[in-house]
Write a protein that binds this ligand. Structure first.
Ligand code: ARG
Length: 460
């Protein structure tokens, strides 16, 4: 005879290794709070609908609250043979309140139970992620505001392209994290539909009130189709996708922190408390934190691919494969949350090395486009101007000079329309500060970006 909650039709007890292999309790115990919350709402609904007696409901509720306490105080014993958190709680309930505990699972299945638990858990996680994203956005805006006088080279192909404001560079990341914030908010909408009451797959003949549990559990509405409700894991995939994109942004920022902190670039100084040393090389100060954030990106992408692959071609409705949904999600969210949590204070303490950045921005002919634009203003078609400046740059490279180090006579060899006013156009600081087209790196434009960002954060 099997002693399982579902053991009625079984003659043999479950093989010991099958128990272990089948169990998810060692990881889904993390859902205990949500499981109890869901059960409390379910039992309340059963009572309201006259499906169970109010006294029975009261007894069950007390039992559930006692279990909650036991778990929170570390007194609850999680046993592998109870398979998952749902059955562990139900078994304990029966121990505490006796046979009436068996009434809790009326008009419910573990299939809708696990879906509702997972969704409630993810709703909380999304709110937490959004809180960390907000902190990070705040830090970025603060840094951008404090560093408006710092000029750095902007790159394409990691080759010097044009001078930009360091604040403009920082605000680029603000935009990325803002989109991440919105992606999580959007995914939340799909999390906000209550699957409880879908039962195993088909709904129930009991007169349940799904709108009531929806209200009690804080969902915006019940799901529309019971079959879909228990087989849907899109919501978890959306979270993993949003997490992957967000971590990709964090990894790009980390990569730049790592490069910019090298002695070769020497654009920034990382704070000691966010770096580690080497056990052999005394001079080292390594950007381990940024590297780890970059590294964790692999775990998060892996988690996303893992669940996509698990879900691929699964027939409707619930399949046990879907038990494999939780670990990747837990891992991805832990990694994302950790990365967000540490990025904000690390970034806040990054010091920009203004002189070095400016020096670097002045090299690499970063204002060659400015010279071409100058010629265009003098009536020369842009393509011709581009060619003239190309030749000028070639000459400057041969002379080992920057463009603004060429004399007016030298410049005039390439185009006699060049006058003395050219120097103010090819000045690195001016080149960066004056690009005030909407969204450009100009000082006025960046100030607008910062103002908009502040308004955005304030309304979150
Ligand atoms: N532990 C299971 C999971 O995480 C709960 C649902 C089990 N349902 C079932 N019919 N075996 O997916």
């Amino acid at each position: 005879m099997s002693k399982k909650l579902w053991g009625g039709r079984f003659e043999l007890p479950t093989d010991k290794f099958v128990d272990e292999f089948n169990a998810s309790i060692h990881f889904d115990k993390r859902l205990y709070k949500y499981d109890i919350k869901g059960s409390l709402a379910h039992v309340e609904m059963l009572s309201k609908q006259g499906i169970i007696h109010p006294d029975e409901a009261e007894t069950i509720k007390e039992g559930l609250l006692q279990i909650l306490e036991e778990i929170e105080e570390g007194k609850f014993e999680f046993k592998t043979e109870q398979e998952d958190i749902h059955m562990a709680i139900e078994s304990r309930l029966k121990e505490i309140v006796g046979d009436v505990g068996g009434k809790l699972h009326t008009a419910r299945s573990r299939n809708d139970q696990v879906a509702v638990d997972f969704k409630m858990f993810l709703k909380d996680m999304v709110n937490e992620v959004k809180m960390y994203l907000k902190d990070l956005m705040e830090v970025i805006v603060k840094k951008a505001e404090e560093n408006l006088d710092v000029i750095m080279p902007g790159f394409t192909h990691l080759q010097t392209a044009q001078p930009i404001l360091y604040s403009h560079y920082l605000m680029a990341y603000f935009q990325m994290f803002k989109r991440d914030y919105e992606r999580f908010s959007d995914a939340y909408k799909r999390l906000d539909e209550n699957p409880l009451g879908a039962c195993a797959l088909a709904g129930t003949t009991f007169p349940i009130d799904r709108f009531f549990t929806t209200e009690l559990l804080g969902f915006s509405k019940p799901t529309e189709n019971s079959l879909d409700s228990v087989s849907d894991r899109d919501f978890a995939l959306e979270i993993l996708s949003a997490a992957s994109i967000c971590q990709m942004h964090l990894s790009r920022l980390s990569e730049e922190i790592i490069i910019y902190a090298t002695s070769e670039f020497d654009f920034i100084e990382l704070s000691d408390d966010y770096c580690t040393g080497s056990s052999i090389m005394p001079q080292k100060k390594n950007p381990d934190v940024a590297e780890l954030i970059r590294g964790k990106t692999g775990n998060i992408y892996g988690s996303m691919i893992s669940l996509f692959t698990t879900m691929k071609a699964l027939p409707l409705a619930y399949n046990k494969d879907m038990q494999e949904d939780k670990q990747p999600v837990f891992r991805a969210l832990d990694d994302l949350m950790g990365s967000l949590k540490i990025m904000a204070p690390m970034l806040e303490k990054v010091k920009a090395k203004k002189e070095n950045m400016l020096k670097s921005a002045s090299k690499g002919y970063s204002t060659a486009t400015e010279l071409a634009d100058y010629l265009v203003r003098k009536g020369i078609p842009f393509r011709d101007a581009h060619f003239i400046v190309g030749k000028t740059v070639k000459y400057a490279i041969e002379k080992n000079k920057q463009l603004d180090e060429l004399s007016l006579d030298e410049l005039k060899q390439f185009c006699d329309k060049i006058e003395n006013d050219v120097y103010k156009y090819i000045n690195v600081v001016n080149a960066a500060k004056n690009k005030n087209s909407y969204g450009g790196t100009g000082l006025e434009s960046v100030k607008v970006q910062i103002e908009n960002a502040k308004k955005y954060i304030k309304n979150l």
